[in-house]
Ligand binder design. Structure first.
Ligand SMILES: [Fe+2]
Length: 272
């Protein structure tokens, strides 16, 4: 089994490369300007998507086909929260952590009470990966998860099929969509140094929500804040490990296909 981890010098090179290709800050004026310069680009959820990325396809259907997006409701004027953060790790380490589902049962004890990891799947495309994370039949042992599962309802436009699954989309090289039954988050990871990254999160919700749904959204946020703190600790430790002489590349399992895809994409862009 080949290893896909990079030596440090390639991590540094990738960080430099990414600083040249990440999208500009999502200020309205800049979005309008980008749309004028690139008429085929899509501008939504505060992000500019180049014509090369079939955003509508991705959101419409994970296979790239299908009717207009039922998630369109999340892409309207319903931005409710912006979070800015820094992570003590290279952009590639942060992205790999997101792409790796293998660490979920070990690193996220609350999240794994909600997700049925055996049914966790990654659907890999040329430019993005779509993750399906179905929920357990009966979440247990964590009050946040139990209560969230009990009260969450599908938002307008969604169906019962969308209720017991969390979906994640990683768009190469640094953009993420978290699609939940009750809200949708975007996350852009921008490299700021060899061992640091800047995070820009935005949370989108329907304009009108019932009290029950607002409670579910708060529980979702609370659970994912716990997960985020666990991931920050993880990437900090991985970054520290990368800087030691004892670091060795390990093999990837079949469950790590998204990691292999990501490394191959970077290798291709760097001409390695
Ligand atoms: Fe994680």
């Amino acid at each position: 089994m080949p290893s896909y981890a990079f030596p440090d010098r390639y991590v540094a090179a990738a960080a430099v490369l990414l600083t040249t290709v990440v999208l500009p800050p999502p200020a309205a004026a800049k979005r309008a300007d980008a749309a004028k310069r690139h008429p085929a680009a899509k501008s939504t959820t505060g992000l500019n998507f180049s014509a090369a990325f079939p955003f509508d396809w991705c959101v419409a259907d994970k296979k790239g086909k299908g009717p207009p997006s039922k998630f369109q409701i999340f892409l309207e004027e319903s931005l409710v929260r912006v979070l800015i953060g820094e992570e003590p790790a290279n952009w590639k380490v942060v992205a790999e952590n997101y792409l790796d589902g293998y660490h979920i049962p070990i690193a996220h004890p609350a999240l794994v009470r909600l997700l049925d990891y055996k049914r966790y799947e990654a659907d890999i495309h040329d430019h993005w990966v779509w993750f399906e994370a179905p929920h357990r039949e009966e979440p247990t042992d964590n009050w946040i998860v139990r209560l969230y599962s009990k009260i969450v309802q599908p938002m307008p436009g969604l169906s019962a099929d969308d209720l017991r699954v969390w979906r994640y989309v990683f768009i190469y090289p640094n953009t993420i969509l978290d699609i939940y039954p009750d809200q949708m988050n975007t996350w852009v990871i921008r490299p700021t140094g060899v061992d640091s990254s800047h995070d820009h999160y935005e949370c989108y919700r329907p304009v009108h929500n019932s009290l029950r749904t607002r409670v579910a959204q708060r529980l979702n946020l609370r659970l994912n804040t716990i997960v985020a703190h666990e991931d920050i600790d993880l990437v900090r430790n991985v970054q520290t490990g990368l800087g030691t002489r004892d670091y060795e590349c390990g093999p990837l399992s079949e469950r790590d296909a998204a990691l292999a895809w990501f490394a191959d994409r970077i290798r291709g862009d760097l001409g390695l």
